[in-house]
Design a protein around this ligand. Structure first.
Ligand SMILES: Cc1cc2nc3c(=O)[nH]c(=O)nc-3n(C[C@H](O)[C@H](O)[C@H](O)COP(=O)(O)OP(=O)(O)OC[C@H]3O[C@@H](n4cnc5c(N)ncnc54)[C@H](O)[C@@H]3O)c2cc1C
Length: 382
């Protein structure tokens, strides 16, 4: 049996980033991942984008606070990919208001009219006449970011064990975690970074659930005509009319990545793209652009997991000493991972949120596993 200071459950971006922060703060850390490879589930299936003008205020502050990490990597962790949230004439007032709001955290955010939109993306239909533009939005190299955390964890002696699905979590003097490979690890702290499986892992530990909702989101990569050079196009999200995206697309090797921005409730699982959602993605592309998108090269789907208020859940459980929640990263888990991992390590090691993040407005109550915002109707969002 191994006896680290902390066990981290899950080798997605949440698990590796928090494990690296804890290990660098001096804790002996063992990370256990069910799959043979890390980042196999949601982390490996994202749209890989960094957008400050996306998600609720807590998400935006954590995203903004993560910028320095992405900028200062030894190797490039991102590259330019501006963001357009585009709409028709009746969306203009909403978009203008969102530009004013967005400038608070992302000062370069601006409003664009139809001709400026088509300068950036010539295939946009003529009735697309209003957009929020975030020119310094970025495309993330998710594999490099994930690997950076893995390297940092290993550099300070952290242990990573894959093909180790946790099947029991028992509490005595310490937590004792057992996996389907027969491994037993004991530690005073368990970090639940199991993504869509967060509530299932809590159930193993006899901890009350956080009412996590895994929601499937679908991606199709479609071919585009060979005479179109889309490489510099932005990520373009299209308005549905209520502040929520109807669909989005962005350049991808092989063509254009298109998503219907679906949010279909799902059990935690190895999510697969459904035909109907791929059809909706193509319909979205045709509605907003002059592209046909007839040839689908590949599809995938992943689970974005939220609690009702769409804030992440990061903090110690009240009903199990040393059981730490790190779930509910929704559709922003990569872009806010550096900031959120620092919050988690601050709460575990110092009992408080790092001062810069607290000054930026992040509170324990925003992220608490006991807040009222876990329950009820899912708030509208992206
Ligand atoms: C289509 C799509 C587009 C997205 N686009 C973006 C984007 O542009 N930008 C952005 O920042 N985010 C985006 N996201 C969201 C982002 O991918 C997630 O927020 C993030 O990956 C969540 O990471 P995680 O570590 O919590 O979950 P996961 O990556 O799912 O990791 C959880 C891990 O826990 C493991 N696990 C579960 N149960 C057990 C167990 N019992 N024992 C051991 N291990 C276990 C799982 O095997 C899994 O590897 C997108 C997601 C999707 C699906």
């Amino acid at each position: 049996m191994t006896q680290p200071d902390a066990i981290v459950i899950g080798g997605g971006i949440a698990g590796v980033s928090i494990a690296a922060e804890l290990a660098e703060r001096g804790l002996a850390v063992t990370l256990l991942e069910a799959e043979p490879t890390l980042a196999f589930h949601t982390t490996g299936r994202s749209a890989a984008q960094y957008l400050v003008n996306y998600g609720n205020t807590v998400v935006r502050v954590l995203t903004r606070a993560s910028r320095e990490f992405f900028e200062s990597g030894d190797e490039p962790l991102w590259s330019s990919r501006p963001f357009l949230r585009a709409g028709r004439a009746d969306h203009e007032a909403t978009l203008r208001a969102d530009v004013a709001e967005g400038q608070k955290l992302s000062p370069a955010t601006e409003f664009l009219d139809g001709p400026s939109i088509r300068e950036l993306m010539p295939v946009m239909r003529e009735d697309v006449v209003a957009a929020l533009h975030e020119p310094d939005a970025m495309e993330l190299d998710v594999a490099a970011i994930h690997q950076t955390f893995v390297r940092r964890l290993r550099a300070v002696g952290g242990e990573i064990r894959s093909s180790e699905r946790i099947i029991s979590v028992d509490h005595g003097a310490h937590w004792t975690v057992t996996t389907d490979a027969g491994t037993t690890v004991e530690a005073p702290i368990v970090v639940n970074a199991a993504g869509a499986w967060g509530d299932q892992v809590a159930q193993l530990a006899d901890i009350a659930p956080c009412l996590l909702r895994p929601l499937r989101r679908t991606v199709a990569v479609v071919a585009i005509p060979s005479d179109i050079d889309a490489r510099r196009w932005p990520l373009a999200g299209f308005e549905r009319g209520d502040g929520v995206m109807d669909a989005y697309c962005k350049p991808e090797p092989g063509g254009l990545l298109v998503s219907p921005a679906d949010e279909t409730p799902s059990e935690p699982c190895d999510a697969r793209a459904e035909e109907i959602d791929v059809a909706l993605a193509l319909e979205g592309l045709r509605k907003w652009t002059t592209l046909e998108g007839r040839h689908v090269r590949t599809t995938w789907a992943g689970l974005r997991s939220f609690v009702a208020d769409r804030n992440p859940v990061v903090g110690f459980a009240p009903d199990g000493p040393g059981f730490f929640w790190a779930i509910g990263q929704g559709g922003y888990g990569i872009q806010m991972s550096p900031g959120l991992a620092r919050v988690a390590a601050g709460l575990v090691v110092d009992g408080e949120i790092p001062i810069d993040l607290a000054d930026a407005g992040i509170t324990e109550a925003d992220l608490s596993p006991t807040r009222p915002g876990l329950a009820g109707e899912l708030t509208p969002g992206h």
